[in-house]
Design a protein around this ligand. Structure first.
Ligand code: PMP
Length: 448
């Protein structure tokens, strides 16, 4: 069977208030069954989704500017993913690659080795979630270097497991009350142009000098196994470091035998208009972590890197029961084929060309929009008290809520909760994109 077109009509259609009665019923059931520690930004209960539309149980059709947090870049239930999964799930669902291996895992590793930055010899290992990939990248860097310290940046997000909580910067809600955290994690300022105290023009140089000085004086180069950085920070608010900053950090790491890890879990797989965000600057990481967009919605993650690093680990040192599950690998191969054949890097660039001018125009109208930034289909606005840099999380929440009520799925982010971020599926049509931007503009007109 070949699925050629998504069966979800590509139009916004609101039939009830948001959330509608059936969603509210399910929400009551959920509250009696699901831990309140797990929350939902927009509690419409989903029935179907495809292309740029999410359909809820009340029949409402919402425009998707979230992609399940940058996961369904190829679209929800993307035809090639569905076909590959259906075929695989009928053949076998699991053997455990560590017990009896299968081709799909190998094929995904080959794709990762080919697509990630750099033409050097690489190897990959597969896992279930982004956090697990990050944990394993640190394990590999420590084994390879015989050192223990890891440097992470302000505003970083690397996950919610114990080691990745330590790497993640923001306390609430990710870390509050969950300590003690893993040791040997050190933090240094991120090159964050909008918030750099001496102004954006000094940001790259000063952040780099602080990084070098902090590692030298507080940690010691020879104690440092790895530096981990998101090339564009995700949960921290789509912070884009000035051009050249990442390359300088990566070069400096190389001269000190420190493993440079790019966490491309949110930025990877065409999201920023290149296969990986590092590509835009010619940065070649030693290790790269991937997840989210890799498999069109199935749980899969990877660590890819220089063979000498990846092969420094003793046999059996990496793995897990489900890592590289055959159904998830089939989905990844379908998703990657979709990215190649439908030129989703080009699609992300097209999305930027439609969205960025509208976002800048909105910023011209509303002084609460302090900054517009991002790359490709990973764009954001930072909201502030007009004329200051004081974060305005209340306005951010109000604009997001107004978008939700009007049928647009948007997400917020940022250390200060004052960033509206936009991550549409890369297969979204221009009409929906424009309509979504109209909804956003109306939400600003009503709230800002
Ligand atoms: N790193 C980055 C950059 C991320 O954006 C995320 C998820 N938001 C993670 C790691 C953790 O991924 P997961 O939720 O799959 O564990």
């Amino acid at each position: 069977m070949t699925t050629t077109a998504h069966s979800v009509q590509q139009r916004r259609d609101l039939r009830t208030e948001i959330p509608g009665p059936r969603s509210r019923e399910l929400h009551a059931r959920r509250s009696a069954a699901v831990s309140s520690g797990v929350s939902s930004g927009l509690p419409i209960y989903v029935e179907r989704a495809g292309g740029g539309i999410v359909v809820d149980v009340d029949g409402n059709q919402l425009i998707d500017f979230g992609s399940g947090i940058a996961v369904v870049s190829v679209g929800n239930a993307a035809p090639r993913v569905v076909d590959a999964v259906q075929q695989q799930v009928a053949e076998f669902t699991h053997t455990c690659f560590m017990v009896t291996p299968y081709e799909g895992y190998v094929a995904v590793a080959e794709q990762l080795n080919e697509l990630t930055p750099g033409t050097h010899d690489k190897r990959s290992a597969l896992f279930n979630s982004g956090a697990e990939a990050v944990e394993n990248a640190i394990k590999i860097a420590r084994t390879a270097t015989g050192r223990s310290a890891v440097i992470a940046f302000d505003h970083a997000y690397h996950g919610r497991t114990n080691l990745t909580m330590a790497l993640t910067a923001k306390n609430m809600p990710y870390k509050q009350g969950f300590g003690p955290f893993a040791g040997e994690v050190y933090r240094t300022p991120m090159a964050y142009p909008f918030r750099w105290p001496t102004g954006p023009q000094h940001c790259a140089d000063e952040a780099f000098e602080m990084f070098v000085s902090n590692v030298h004086t507080q940690v010691g180069e020879t104690n440092t196994a790895a530096v981990i950085v998101e090339p564009i920070q995700g949960e921290g608010g789509f912070v884009v470091p000035p051009p050249g900053f990442l390359a300088r950090v990566a070069d400096w790491c190389r001269t000190h035998g420190i493993v440079f890890i790019a966490d491309e879990i949110q930025t990877g797989f065409c999201r920023t208009g290149d296969w990986f965000a590092c590509d835009a600057e010619g940065v070649v990481p030693d290790l790269i972590t991937t997840a989210k967009g890799i498999a069109g919605g199935l749980p899969l993650a990877g660590v890819t890197g220089r063979t000498e690093l990846m092969d420094s680990v003793h046999g059996g040192g990496l793995g897990g029961t489900y890592g590289g599950n055959p159904v998830a690998c089939a989905a990844a191969l379908g998703a990657i084929e979709t990215m190649r054949t439908e030129d989703l890097c080009g699609a992300a660039q097209r999305i930027e060309s439609v969205m960025a001018p509208r976002l800048h125009a909105l910023a011209g109208e509303h002084p609460a929009i302090g900054d517009v930034r991002g790359r490709g289909a990973m764009l954001a606005m930072e909201l502030v008290e007009p004329g200051t840099k004081e974060p305005d999380p209340a306005l951010t929440a109000a604009v997001a809520a107004a978008c939700h009520r009007d049928g647009l799925v948007t997400l917020t982010a940022g250390t200060f909760g004052n960033v509206l971020r936009f991550l549409p599926p890369l297969v979204i049509g221009d009409e929906l994109l424009t309509e979504g931007l109209d909804v956003l503009a109306a939400a600003f007109a009503a709230n800002a």
